[in-house]
Design a protein around this ligand. Structure first.
Ligand SMILES: [Zn+2]
Length: 157
């Protein structure tokens, strides 16, 4: 599962990201378009954010494990201003969602939604993970399931 690059190369691919011992597996997964969440090998619960100890049973047997990438929008906001980031257009404005993942209740992931009108990005909509490029490196985004009308440029399968 791990992309065979050095930690230094990983940091260079994702400048400005908080990559450390607990999160480096996640970002290596991004390079292969695989979204990894920590899962306890002892009690099978998922946790976010990544960490060295299971908060449920205190096991240290933690395994970065791929998620399906499907879920339901739990929270949706739009940002009208913020720091300059490639691919982020605050004039539209820029949508940010928190998605409750199907793997486990309360397991959530934040991100943006691409390829949809902001009026369609509402709490309760089903979404699935996709990948965009940011500064030339894979970056996770969400797309609406059953999208109405919009093209889906750049959709990968
Ligand atoms: Zn556990």
């Amino acid at each position: 599962m791990a992309v065979d690059i050095s930690d230094e190369d990983l940091l260079a691919r994702y400048p400005g990201y908080a990559i450390d011992h607990d999160t480096r597996a996640r970002y290596r997964g991004w390079l292969e378009h695989v979204m990894l969440f920590d899962r306890c090998a002892t009690c099978a619960t998922w946790h976010e954010p990544p960490g060295p100890i299971c908060p449920t049973c205190w096991s240290t047997d933690i395994e970065p494990t791929p998620i399906a990438g499907t879920g339901t929008i739990h929270l949706a906001i739009t940002l009208r201003q913020g720091p300059p980031v490639e691919g982020v257009d605050y004039s539209t404005p820029y949508p940010v969602v928190v998605v409750e993942l199907d793997e486990q209740p309360d397991l959530r992931m934040s991100g943006t939604v691409v390829g949809a009108d902001n009026s369609e990005i509402v709490i309760g909509r089903r979404v699935h993970l996709d990948w965009a490029l940011r500064r030339g490196a894979p970056f996770p985004v969400f797309r609406l399931d059953d999208q109405h009308g919009a093209d889906q440029p750049g959709a990968s399968s």
